[in-house]
Design a protein around this ligand. Structure first.
Ligand SMILES: Cc1cc2nc3c(=O)[nH]c(=O)nc-3n(C[C@H](O)[C@H](O)[C@H](O)COP(=O)(O)OP(=O)(O)OC[C@H]3O[C@@H](n4cnc5c(N)ncnc54)[C@H](O)[C@@H]3O)c2cc1C
Length: 309
């Protein structure tokens, strides 16, 4: 069997996976098939871009990655796919290991980029805490590759088809009793187009009101470096940028009092434009920023807010 199957529970990520599949399929002449599980809207969107197989099966609880892996294993077998592309979000990463085990496949998650080299699929992933990028490839015939959200653009509308696919999955032992929004702070900084990030150089907690007002004036979200959330507890961990936080790709990132350690920059280096404010002219962040201001954040923040008001 030889073909590519793509699946993500998140429609935007699934559309990005179609782009990856097209890169892989281009010279190898592989068929691309998308799977959607219990999500008619998603199936409709994907069918505008690829041959899409809609699984409607009440026994599959999307939050139960064992059940989803069982369904995708059957889908791969029925559709003749040996390469499965998943999104490397939290659920996709867990799914990738389970599915690889079921398919007897090699597996790579957190893939940032892909090169096709002489028919081989070379996967690029951050390594050594983000200090370098490793190029790796899966040697087994069956492959499961989980690709970082936003690493690729979504495939534009083209052609496709919508088909039904039946799978036989045992009823999940997990039951959803209730779905409720996360308590307290809940934000998706990965989806934000503009981020204003707070580092330890912002020393006065009262200044957060100004930071929030700047973000609001720009139509963006507030994010932070890790110690601001984990040590100072000023924000929830949902807002951390970096290796142990979120990998973000905004159009604009304004970084206030952040030194630029690699564990932070790995989460923001794909931003289109980076503006850094730091009072140390030798701070590492100033080397990667597009615009730098060697200045005290205490002075810059109110001036910036005034200029935006
Ligand atoms: C395994 C591991 C994982 C990690 N994961 C992450 C992660 O995901 N995200 C993350 O952020 N970190 C992570 N870290 C921590 C990381 O190494 C750094 O410690 C952290 O990023 C530093 O945060 P910071 O830049 O806010 O603070 P600092 O390094 O203390 O930098 C503060 C900066 O503010 C500047 N400054 C001070 N006062 C002012 C002022 N008045 N005006 C302007 N500038 C000023 C200083 O010059 C300095 O450059 C991780 C570490 C490890 C070991």
């Amino acid at each position: 069997m030889a073909g590519i199957l793509i699946y993500s529970d998140k429609t935007p990520y699934a559309m990005q996976l179609i782009t990856v599949a097209q890169m892989i399929a281009k010279d190898a002449g592989l068929a691309i098939k998308a799977v959607s599980i219990n999500d008619a809207d998603q199936a409709g969107e994907l069918a505008k871009r690829a041959d899409t197989y809609k699984i409607d099966n009440a026994a599959i609880n999307i939050g139960d990655t064992a059940a989803v892996a069982a369904a995708l294993k059957q889908a791969a077998d029925q559709l003749g796919a040996n390469i499965v592309l998943l999104s490397s979000n939290r659920r996709g990463k867990e799914l990738s290991g389970r599915l690889a085990q079921a398919l007897g496949a090699g597996c790579l998650a957190d893939v940032n980029s892909i090169n096709i080299n002489g028919g081989n699929i070379e996967c690029l992933r951050n390594a050594l805490g983000g200090a370098t990028v490793a190029t790796q490839q899966i040697e087994t015939e069956n492959k499961v590759i989980a690709v970082m959200p936003k690493a690729f653009e979504a495939a534009p509308e083209a052609s496709g088809s919508l088909n039904d696919l039946a799978v036989d999955v045992k009823a999940s032992p997990l039951k959803v009793l209730e779905v409720k929004a996360k308590g307290g702070d809940s934000v998706d900084i990965e989806a934000a187009d503009i981020l204003v990030a707070v580092g330890q150089g912002v020393e006065n907690k009262d200044d957060l009101t100004t930071v929030e007002a700047i973000a609001k004036a720009l139509g963006g979200e507030v994010a932070c470096s890790k110690p601001v959330a984990t040590d100072k507890k000023w924000f929830s961990e949902e807002r951390i940028i970096g290796l142990s936080g979120k990998k973000c790709k905004p159009s604009l990132a304004i970084l206030l009092g952040i030194s630029g350690q690699v564990q932070f920059t790995v989460g923001i280096r794909d931003a289109k434009t980076i503006v850094a404010v730091n009072n140390d002219e030798n701070a590492d962040i100033l080397k990667m920023a597009d615009y730098v201001m060697v200045a005290d954040v205490e002075e810059v923040m109110p001036a910036l807010l005034k200029a935006l008001s």
